[in-house]
Ligand binder design. Structure first.
Ligand SMILES: O=C(O)CCC(=O)C(=O)O
Ligand SMILES: [Fe+2]
Length: 312
């Protein structure tokens, strides 16, 4: 049995706190909502009538499934989107800074068996703690683990006993998968993979339908990763469980101005995209079951690079 040491909040947790900050997410979503308001006024005043109404009902509803749970893609499915000007506010790095933006989904990069192994790793790690609300994270790099209404650092909290929970093979698999995802992103967006770096936060997430207890549990707010996390240039999500079989709700939604476009999670599915506001997104609320995923993110700025997670 692992003995718990005294509870403490970690400095790393502030990164996670930043991530889930509601105000931020709401600010980012306001541009999207703004366009809806304009249309609403248009409907009320000018009688744009049926067109405006159709637009409103369209953007309120899920309209398009980019990839469903039951499909198995033998090749990545790629959707190009025009880059936003977010990248203008940052230093440019040749061979990495997005010139081509978009989103893509691949089912042929991580096997379902590997996803299952990673899910078991996440289950073991998260069983040491977990949020009181519905969303818990485990960050193998910083050691941040949700606990109650806070975070602890597993490496400090559990010391050497963490080796009873995680093995070198677990970390090796994580590093291998991260490398494959990096290559995939580089090939898809025409980048030089050696100019891309892992950046933080990079974490496992476990989401269920328990009511939120703090803002850390509010994972469903629309947001732009580059705004929320700063250093992100490319975000990837590796899903570890199946939508519709292991959990309900919890689809990933790209919130485009003309439609919502969803990706249905499937164990072993990698979804990735350029992190600017061309890819405003949210996660639907999970209505039943448990959803596991890993967020693995990349930056072009070597100053924001982090090393691969390693057992202490
Ligand atoms: O789990 C997901 O599908 C998306 C999570 C997300 O948007 C994020 O970590 O920024
Ligand atoms: Fe995100």
């Amino acid at each position: 049995m692992v003995q718990r040491r005294g509870k403490s909040s970690t400095p790393e947790s502030s990164v996670i706190e930043k991530k889930i900050k509601r105000g931020n997410a709401q600010r980012q979503a306001s541009a999207w909502r703004g366009s809806q308001t304009v249309l609403f006024v248009c409907v009320a005043l000018a009688g744009c009538g049926i067109v405006g109404w159709l637009y409103l009902s369209q953007t309120d509803d899920i309209t398009e499934t980019l990839v469903s749970r039951s499909e198995v893609l033998s090749q990545p499915r790629i959707f190009t989107v025009q880059c936003s000007d977010d990248y203008e506010n940052y230093k440019r790095f040749p061979g990495c800074t997005p010139q081509k933006c978009g989103r893509a989904v691949a089912d042929n990069v991580v096997t379902r068996e590997e996803a299952h192994t990673l899910k078991r790793l996440a289950e073991r790690g998260l069983s040491l703690g977990g949020s009181d609300g519905g969303a818990s994270i485990l960050d193998l790099h910083s050691g941040a683990l949700s606990m109650g209404k806070k975070f602890v650092n597993i490496y400090r909290y559990f010391g050497d006993q963490i080796r009873d929970i995680f093995s070198e093979e677990d970390f090796e698999l994580y590093r291998d998968v991260r490398g494959r995802i990096q290559t995939l992103i580089a090939e898809t967006f025409g980048l030089n993979s050696s100019h891309m770096y892992l950046t933080k936060p990079t974490f496992f997430s476990r989401i269920n339908s328990t009511a939120p207890k703090t803002t850390h549990d509010e994972y469903w707010h629309p947001h732009v990763d580059k705004v929320t996390y700063g250093s992100f240039d490319y975000t990837s999500l590796l899903y570890l469980s199946d939508y519709g079989a292991e959990f309900g709700g919890g689809r990933f939604v790209f919130m485009d101005s003309n439609a919502n476009r969803t990706v249905e999670p499937r164990a072993g599915r990698v979804s990735f995209f350029s992190s600017g506001s061309e890819n405003l997104h949210r996660v639907e609320k999970v209505t039943w079951g448990t959803r596991y995923a890993i967020t693995v993110s990349f930056t072009c700025d070597p100053e924001h690079a982090i090393a691969n997670p390693a057992l202490p």
